[in-house]
Design a protein around this ligand. Structure first.
Ligand SMILES: Nc1ncnc2c1ncn2[C@@H]1O[C@H](COP(=O)(O)OP(=O)(O)OP(=O)(O)O)[C@@H](O)[C@H]1O
Length: 204
């Protein structure tokens, strides 16, 4: 037996069934991710990228195969995993601070210590002065940064990013992906990102 990897994907297959057809989205997919690694999966639309992230997050069960995080098999959603979606999904009626705190609110963990930690994250990543602003007062790139800080606020060990920059125009996409990669490295997180955009993958 070798060392246990941080994330292990073992022979994962997924077939979707509808009334009149079967779609094989994943066929015996296996790979490992080490702690602190940023892995980018590139492929065209429809190749099963969102499916594998949903399975790793425990939001969906594979048809066969297993996923382990830290040696524990994933069977349902898991606090050690943070998921960032294609668009930023910020609530427009909540301020930046209120948006960033939402995960902690759901977990009933809005303590003075956690608020302080989140304020430091906003400060480090240049958003402190915007904490009482609303999402529509920020640029697309800043909103993605807010979405990442919201995901980081619950202190996940593994970040899953599903085409997080696809809503941005080409020029800001490369700058923002650079920016987000820098934050992930600085916070020493492990991340799996999926994208159809090779330039974005290389820039990360
Ligand atoms: N709930 C579902 N029911 C039936 N088929 C599905 C379902 N979800 C996804 N599929 C099919 O499975 C395949 C993989 O989908 P998936 O969303 O994982 O791909 P993707 O690479 O993330 O694509 P995109 O970038 O367009 O989201 C596609 O052919 C899709 O049509």
């Amino acid at each position: 037996m070798g060392d246990t990897k941080f994330v292990e994907i073992r022979g994962v297959s997924k077939t979707y069934h509808t009334l009149d057809e079967e779609t094989k989205a994943l066929d015996k997919l296996s790979f490992d991710v080490d702690r602190g690694e940023i892995v980018i999966i590139v492929g065209p639309s429809g190749c099963g990228k969102s499916t594998i992230l949903s399975i790793i997050a425990g939001l969906m069960k594979p048809s066969s195969g297993e996923v382990f995080i830290n040696g524990n098999q994933i069977k349902s959603t898991n606090k050690s995993v943070g998921y960032m979606f294609q668009s930023d999904h910020l609530f427009r009626w909540r301020t930046i601070m209120e948006n960033v705190l939402i995960g902690l609110e759901i977990q009933n963990k809005v303590t003075a210590q956690n608020i302080n930690r989140v304020e430091k994250l906003l400060d480090t990543y240049g958003l402190a002065e915007f904490k009482n602003h609303y999402p529509n007062q920020l640029s697309g790139g800043m909103r993605q940064r807010v979405a990442l800080i919201r995901t980081l606020a619950i202190e996940p060990e593994l970040l899953l990013l599903d085409e997080p920059f696809s809503a941005l125009d080409y020029q800001s996409r490369l700058a923002v992906s650079d920016d987000i990669a820098g934050i992930i490295k600085k916070e020493k997180k492990t991340a799996i990102m999926v994208t159809h955009d090779i330039a974005e993958a290389i820039s990360m």
